[in-house]
Unconditional design. Sequence first.
Length: 322
Amino acid sequence: MHIGTLVLALIVLYAPLAVDAQQVSRVATIAVLVGGGSGPSSESFRQALRDLGWAERRNLILEYRFAEGRLDRLPALAEELVQLQADVIVTVSRPATDAVRQATKTIPIVMVADGDPVGTGLVASLARPGGNITGLASLDTDLGGKRLELLKEAVPNLSRVAVLWNSGDIVMTRSFNQIEVAAQRFGVTLQPFGVRDAADVDNALASMMRTRPDALFMIADRLTGPRARQVIDFAAKTKLPTMFDFKGFVTAGGLMAYGPNRFELYRRAAMYVDKILKGAKAGHLPVEQPMVIELVINLNTAKALGLTIAPSLLLRADQVIE
């Protein structure tokens, strides 16, 4: 009896250690499908995974695929990642999520910053997404009106605003529709420039030379985001105030941005991946909305444009670049 009790005690004592050892020895495969190109967010995602105990060359294989803005490449890339039998697939951009959703109904999908997952039918609800998809919503369709309001505060005489967006993306178009509603409220006339490829961006900027808007509002995604440098240079040359949705475009020379912190979105995405690798079901994990929305203003750009930003607006900014 004493020997049996001792054996049982040893099993109870060392069983957790055995489980931990199995977890440490496990090598997980995480696949990432990006609708656009590579960027600094890739490293922030890797760092977030390391902070959670998942490191490459130790217990993690990380497979990236980049569509470089070409939608036609996404189905094949998604299928390639599914064939790798990844434990989780992370998707960056709505087209990337749609491509993976078509390729698998079983592998968990963690989306990064989808603009309107409920309104577009991607998930059943934020609280209970269902299926094999969860992740983060970026509030793109909810923030358009506020961005226009802030732009008008920065440029009080604002009358005509050019809006550049990817009209081939349903979420980006819904974002534009929200800006249209806000424009009526603020008495602003929009000059819509919906684009579907890189050549369209060139043509849109050329058209703005003729239409002469008072400001330029760009909705970033896998198509327009990679052309941000071109848009910022064009705005500087033509003295156009700009509004963007992410801080990085303002540090690069844009005037203003209002939106979630992109690096924080990737950090949160890594936490979803960690939970799924530890046994959570994707469809049971609520879709998370950004907790913090940042207002960033570039005073150097404002000065170059001859703009004086109201102190009340500067006080509300999370970051002022000088």
